[in-house]
Design a binder for this molecule. Structure first.
Ligand code: ADP
Length: 710
């Protein structure tokens, strides 16, 4: 019978640090000034109390947190139990109870390569090593398993791969793995080394391969033992998959490794295309990847303001009429560069494929606009992974190892981010769902297919529909104005363009205010035209201007009334947020904030306009720093980044760029913690390093230590 204390009540002066310790140990904590109640959770169990409080951690993420936080750390070598002390004087002994210890793990990348795979390999190798496993990299996917192309990896073998695209383990499409004989060889090569855990990175096909391997593993192994080819004890392999495909076509996952980078590539290409299109007043039909899933096409069309969109999930009724209407309207409104985005799997309502040539011919015949085709092809897979993909991949790599260690049974699992949270799913469930979607595709049940793409995809599609002028007009009588207040964040111009575009196609009464509230007071209020901001939408800065200092409430209220503004949209940061109640209560109008802050510090939002661009800029700069120092030994860069009191940029760019440590204002640093970092740095230098080491520091992290002094 398992021993477990249901609830523990500790009395005395409860400090913040005491609460923090128990929370970080993964326990459920409720505290008042004089008392703290702690309870076991799924991730941590209070096993008993005698001379110490015994806490058993079941989740690797909690244990990692305990180590990474570096708080109350006594044992030098991560050995168990860890000893800690709360501020009440209670000794806490921490044990780790992985359901299973896995001595040997292999990792492979299979199918289409996707940028970000390398970050996942790096994270998985290092996490597994931290927990005592030997890790083998398998070269060339399943083909490498069959050909015995495995190599043991050490910590430094995976250094510096964050910034590279593709996969340094190489990928392959293995025909032999479709055969029983091929898979038997793969089992032999895994079992002869005693590999108990396998991490597979890949798309839909690779996941199916993993599932089949798992189903057959025991039988193949028994046969190999029976015929004397192997002498080990029978066992079953544990498998965890990490979805990676630029198509973003895995059910339940928000985005998967590679999709965000592919989107970056498409957007870069379209931005470049735009300059030549505008010069020649041409139109383009741009074909992007996506045989079954229209993710890249949909998202890139929103990001670039495409004039028409074709995706496999949603054939357009009478597409020829709708397309020509859109193209004509764009040209009549003065747009010089007109472009249509078409996913490679685009179909009409009868399920017939729509080819770029057909679209091109139609535009030429009906509008006489010079039209060309651009197929982006493999460019979309290439290049440096985006910050988002590196972070997603890094966390997925850690989670995959955690899942191997902690899951209850031998069911193969998949790790992904779903509705904003990292979760694990049974692999079989994902495969079945994908098969169901394929059947829906064959039966042309488009609404159901779309539903399966998730909330975000569907919301974006609704928006894109109205953008491409397919929705009916609304009769909102309100006069709505948009204004930018606060600091600059890349992306606000796209928001202004979208506001104007949307307002125009729906016949809304809209106004644009220039130069923030200062401009409002000076009557810099204009009625925009449809394509006023199109050419500017991709530029950074703020086309409509912004001020953050002026805030004379009385004058603002007077001007809002004078211009008969009935709703105000503020593109603004955390300081703008504070102004909203005053404006709303003094004017009695609706005031809405669109969070725009590179610091990503607006409460209640996952991501603010500008923060992803800032993150990518920092990450790219860090990549350059690292590579610039590749020939200098013993080199540390202390990089100070913005963010005010929010450590988002420092933390995330630290993960994306592979920093040694990120210093953030949300964390309390003690001298002991800093000297421990210095110790680790010394160790790293003594072991030899290939590239410069990065320390990322948010501008407000230490009250009294400047970056120079640091
Ligand atoms: P992706 O993983 O990008 O979808 P593929 O569909 O080409 O790429 O699959 C990658 C590899 O996974 C295949 O080359 C094959 O080795 C393996 N695989 C895919 N489907 C199966 C299957 N049904 N049985 C065994 N292996 C499979």
């Amino acid at each position: 019978m398992e021993l477990k204390v249901k609830e523990l009540v500790l009395k005395g002066k409860i400090t913040e640090q005491t609460v923090e310790i128990y929370e970080k140990l993964g326990l459920d904590v409720k505290s008042s000034g004089e008392m703290i109640k702690i309870k076991s959770t799924v991730s941590s169990t209070i096993k008993g109390v005698n001379h110490a409080i015994h806490v058993e951690i079941n989740a690797l993420s909690v244990l990692n947190r305990v180590f990474e936080e570096g708080f109350c750390r006594y044992s030098e070598d991560n050995s168990m139990p860890l000893e800690m002390m709360d501020d009440l004087g209670n000794k806490i002994l921490v044990y780790f109870n992985p359901r299973k210890s896995i001595k040997k793990i292999a990792i492979l990348t299979s199918g289409g390569d996707s940028p970000g795979m390398n970050s996942a390999i790096r994270a998985a190798v290092r996490t597994a090593m931290k927990w005592g496993s030997t890790v083998y990299g398998v070269y060339s996917g399943y083909e490498g398993l069959i050909n015995d192309n495995l190599e043991e990896f050490l910590w430094n073998d995976v250094e510096g791969h964050n910034a590279s695209g593709g996969t340094f383990l190489y990928s392959a499409r293995s025909k032999s793995f479709f055969t029983l004989e091929g898979r038997r060889k793969a089992v032999y090569n895994l079992a002869k080394r005693g590999i108990e855990g396998l991490i597979v990175l890949g798309g839909d096909g690779s996941l199916r391969g993993a599932s089949i391997l798992h189903k057959e593993f025991k039988a193949h192994l028994n046969e190999l033992i029976k015929c004397g080819e192997l002498t080990c004890c029978p066992y079953n392999i544990r498998i965890v998959c990490i979805p990676a495909s630029i198509d973003n076509d895995i059910p339940f996952a928000d985005t998967i490794i590679g999709a965000d980078t592919a989107l970056h590539r498409v957007v870069e290409c379209l931005d470049n295309l735009m300059t030549t299109m505008e010069s020649h007043c041409r139109s383009f039909v741009v074909e992007v990847m996506g045989r079954k899933c229209g993710f890249i096409a949909l998202m890139s069309s929103i990001a670039t303001g495409a004039d028409f969109l074709f995706i496999p999930e949603s054939p357009v009724f009478e597409w020829k009429v709708a397309l020509i209407r859109s193209v004509r309207r764009a040209r009549e409104s003065g747009k010089r560069g007109i472009f249509v985005i078409l996913a490679e799997g685009a179909v009409d309502i009868n399920g017939n494929p729509i080819h770029p040539t057909e679209v091109k011919q139609l535009i030429i015949e009906e509008t006489q606009i010079e039209t060309r085709i651009l197929t982006l092809g493999h460019l979309q897979r290439g290049g440096t992974p985006s910050a988002h993909d590196r972070i997603l991949a890094t966390i997925s790599g850690c989670k995959a190892v955690e899942c191997l260690f902690t899951s209850d049974d031998e069911t193969p699992m998949l790790v992904c981010i779903s509705n904003g949270v990292y979760r694990t799913f049974e692999l079989e469930k994902i495969i079945q769902k994908n098969e169901e979607i394929s059947r829906l595709q064959d039966a042309r049940k488009y609404e159901l297919i779309k539903e399966n793409r998730g909330i975000f995809f569907n919301r974006c599609h609704q928006y894109s529909d109205s953008y491409c002028m397919r929705s009916s007009k609304v009769t909102i009588k309100k006069r709505i104005a948009i204004i930018h207040h606060g600091r600059i964040a890349s992306g606000v111009n796209t928001a202004v363009d979208a506001f104007v575009h949307y307002g125009e196609i729906r016949d809304l009464d809209i106004l644009v205010i220039y130069d923030g509230f200062k401009g409002l007071i000076k009557d810099q209020v204009t009625r925009p035209k449809f394509y006023d901001y199109k050419a500017e939408m991709k530029k950074s800065g703020s086309i409509i201007g912004s001020t953050s200092d002026t805030f004379d409430l009385d004058s603002i209220v007077r001007k809002i009334k004078q211009h008969r503004i009935e709703a105000l949209i503020i593109l603004g940061d955390e300081k703008s947020l504070m102004k909203i109640p005053d404006i709303a209560s003094a004017t009695n109008i609706d005031v809405i904030l669109i969070p725009s802050s590179i610091a990503n510090n607006i409460p209640g939002t996952d991501i603010c306009i500008g923060s992803d661009t800032a993150l990518n800029t920092i990450t790219k700069s860090c990549d350059l720093l690292k590579s610039s120092s590749s020939s200098i030994s013993r080199c540390i860069f202390v990089v100070e980044v913005q963010g005010g009191n929010c450590g988002y940029l420092a933390l995330m760019s630290g993960i994306a760029a592979g920093a040694f440590e990120s210093f953030i204002p949300e964390r309390r640093y003690m001298i002991g913690h800093l000297s421990e970092i210095a110790q680790r740095l010394r160790l790293k230098f003594n072991q030899g390093q290939k590239q410069g080491t990065l320390l990322l520091r948010n501008e407000n992290t230490f009250e009294k230590i400047t970056t120079d002094a640091f």
